[in-house]
Design a protein around this ligand. Structure first.
Ligand code: AHR
Length: 497
């Protein structure tokens, strides 16, 4: 089979916000405890942070990390996690029916994120708490000193303000599973007033309103419209969350699931722009896609099945080759919407549906999904380009006919480097891809790296951590045309200079 696309700087979508390649650390299962933080581990540093995990997170290239939840945040008291560790309370976390020791909290997160070299993104609790506690938290983080909250930060060892810019106004407030779940009107009002007060304290903050928890929510669409009618002028972003999985052995529909992600993004844009029109607003809202991934959620017994353990093993999905290819398609979807999606957070960073896995006291390793993320975070820079693909179609049970090829590209005006991200969804037939490069005279092929395997179900684990890794492949540029072969069910990245 053959497919074609074009790389032309004139077909510009928008500039790629580096925050598109973010991640998420929630107090859930073993993401924090024995994930990023494990005092006593042979690789723990002076603050108890696992350096093996920090190194992998650095290699992954995450630019921003959302914290501390997720569902967890909606019954969290941030004050529990600051101050001397020996006096921090042990609490019940109602979200995951777990025991929270609070040995890791805000100060540890800020120190950890500095060591990683990434940007912080904090969520405030708008479930069991509200405006006053959100403002206290902001004062603790960003006010220089001389007030109750800022002096508390200084007393706790952090004289300099944290300068946290990005704030989520709650989490998944449309979900009945959320502690303190609200109607869109209740939440929209609460978000607007919290935003107003937070901006009064620090006008430089950037605020995310909760959109729907997923596209299947019965309130999807009307939730966004009602919430944004209440808080459009007060917020900068609306959030999106999406998780997908293979169901009933239907790998073809799973490989096509990014068409749902594309449609979801376009629906949210349409809804936000409708409110913009009604408000006669000059502002165009952008999207914070602050939870996305493959998650085999059907295997999760549900919160009711959890029994008050500390850092239990929850949703530690082991990802195979197809999962990595699918993650590659979601990254293509995000890059392809760079004009409106500013922030992306793959959920989550360690152990919980994560690119990085660890064992307590033991090793850390890269899951298959690590590789497409790391390549996109490293190479997708500058402008996203519309690539106008022409591709054969694949019939899928869930989404009907879907192009076998999905692709996105970036062009960095500073370096002249271009990167093409391409997936062949066809599980049995390779695709011969021709790329028209005539608008990039002199372009040469630097590399073609791909992830595919004869065993599409192969995974990495602690005993065989590099079973699934990318490999280099050939390709050629001739007469302004690049030709590469995309193997069956493959994720590919082509670097041009
Ligand atoms: O990432 C796991 C959970 O998924 C998050 O806590 C929640 O926001 C979402 O439902």
């Amino acid at each position: 089979h053959t497919a074609r696309l074009t790389l032309d700087p004139a077909f510009r979508i928008g500039s790629i916000d580096r925050r598109l390649f973010g991640s998420f650390v929630e107090h859930m299962g073993r993401c924090v405890y024995t994930g990023i933080f494990e005092p006593g581990h042979p690789r723990a540093d002076d603050l108890g942070f696992r350096q093996d995990v920090l190194e992998l997170a650095g290699e992954l290239g995450v630019t921003v990390v959302r914290y501390p939840g997720g569902n967890f945040v909606s019954n969290y008291r941030w004050e529990d996690g600051v101050g001397p560790r020996e006096s921090r309370p042990t609490r019940l976390d109602l979200a995951w029916r777990s025991i929270e020791s609070n040995q890791f909290g805000l100060g540890e997160y800020m120190a950890w994120i500095r060591r990683l070299g990434a940007e912080p993104m904090l969520a405030v609790n708008l479930g069991t708490r509200g405006l006053a506690e959100a403002v206290d938290l902001l004062e603790y983080c960003n006010f220089p000193g001389g007030t109750e909250m800022s002096d508390r930060r200084i007393k706790n060892g952090d004289p300099d303000p944290y300068g946290v810019k990005l704030w989520c106004l709650g989490n998944e407030m449309d979900g009945p599973w959320q502690i303190g779940h609200q109607t869109p009107m209740e939440y929209g009002r609460k978000a607007a007033e919290t935003a107003r007060a937070m901006r009064r304290l620090d006008p430089s903050v950037e605020l995310v309103a909760c959109g729907s928890s997923n596209r299947q929510m019965p309130t999807f669409g009307s939730w966004e419209a009602t919430v944004l009618e209440q808080c459009y002028d007060q917020v900068d972003y609306v959030s999106m969350h999406a998780y997908y999985q293979e169901r009933d052995g239907d790998a073809d529909s799973f490989l096509a699931s990014a068409v749902d992600m594309d449609a979801f993004i376009e629906d949210v844009i349409a809804t936000a722009d409708h409110v913009r029109a009604v408000n006669r607003s000059g502002k165009r809202l952008r999207i914070s896609f602050d939870e996305w991934n493959v998650w085999y959620a059907d295997r999760f017994p549900g919160e009711a099945g959890l029994d008050w353990a500390q850092a239990p093993r929850l949703i530690e999905d082991e990802y195979n080759v197809l999962d990595a290819v699918v993650v590659g398609t979601y990254l293509i979807s995000l890059i392809g919407h760079a004009d409106r999606v500013a922030i992306g957070c793959q959920a989550q960073l360690a152990n919980i549906i994560a690119p990085i896995r660890t064992e307590p006291g033991g090793p850390a390793w890269r899951q298959s999904i690590f590789h497409p993320f790391a390549a996109a975070a490293r190479l997708a820079r500058g402008d996203a380009l519309r690539v106008e693909p022409e591709s054969p179609l694949l019939e899928t049970a869930k989404y009907g006919p879907v192009p076998a090829l999905t692709a996105a590209a970036s062009l960095d005006a500073e370096t002249g480097g271009a990167a093409l991200f391409a997936v062949n969804r066809d599980r049995t037939t390779p695709l011969e891809l021709t790329v028209d490069l005539r608008a990039l005279p002199g372009a040469t092929l630097r590399s073609h790296v791909l992830l595919a395997d004869d065993d599409q179900r192969a995974t990495n684990n602690q005993h065989n951590p590099d079973r699934v890794v990318p490999r280099t492949a050939a390709g050629r540029v001739e007469d302004g045309r690049l030709t590469v072969t995309l193997p069956p069910a493959s994720w590919n990245v082509v670097e041009l200079s």
